[in-house]
Ligand binder design. Sequence first.
Ligand code: MN
Ligand code: MN
Ligand code: MN
Length: 291
Amino acid sequence: MNIPQARRVCIDLHCHSRASDGTLTPAELVERAGARGVTHLALTDHDTIDGLPEAAGAASAAGVTMINGVELSCVWKSQTIHVVGLDFDVESTAFLQALAGQHDNRWRRARTIAERLERVCVPGLLELATAQAGGDVPGRPHFARALVESGVVKDQNQAFKRYLGAGKPGDVKAFWPEIDTVVGWITRAGGVAVLAHPRKYKMTATKLRSLVSDFRRSGGRGIEVSTSGQSSGDLGFLAELCRREGLLASQGSDFHFPGASWCELGVITPLPDGLSPVWHHFRQPVGQAGA
Ligand code: MN
Ligand code: MN
Ligand code: MN
């Protein structure tokens, strides 16, 4: 008997380009995804959607359908948490303003680190660190390289030990908004808010359940159940959490650069049965019977 096969879909809803901390340009990323059989991709750079137009331009040639994406930084109980926004309206003025605010938050932190370190070591450090970041907002690794370059320390380890590590002058917490704020931004822009890589926060199961239920109460709709580098135990735990909280399930590689065997575009453990995939709830649902 000849059973018609549905077109096989391969969905990756979390990855990074050079628009944030990935190494590929958005176009290169989409080409790589297409070559690896990804049919639906969300580019989710940290706190920016600057890569989306270039990715969209490369999509049809690569045979990839793009879903609007971003990964927003925020805090919950003073811990940094990542929330992936999917399928939002990129034209939303309020959303674009919120993203501009996230960009300012990064610069405010960079300036604070620079001011504190300039007091104890070298002047002009912000410029040096910015150059290390290729003109973008420098983070602590860029400050570490700038300190090496200016001869203040012999290597990056020493830079962290003396100036940037926990309790040192350059140990400045990020100025991120609370989790309910970023969930609100995504939701009001018509998107779906997904809690990124829940196991990466190294929380106890009890604390993670508390985070997930706060996230859901603030309008969060999904969690990443399948992501790179998880054990099968993690997958089962997150699937159960997802079911229990009545959330949608998402999946993504969190790809940043080629060559890491544990993390490749489209290489994702399938979601366990009995979960409701987030992509069935996009404005243009993906992969459902007939779609
Ligand atoms: Mn990253
Ligand atoms: Mn993340
Ligand atoms: Mn990520």
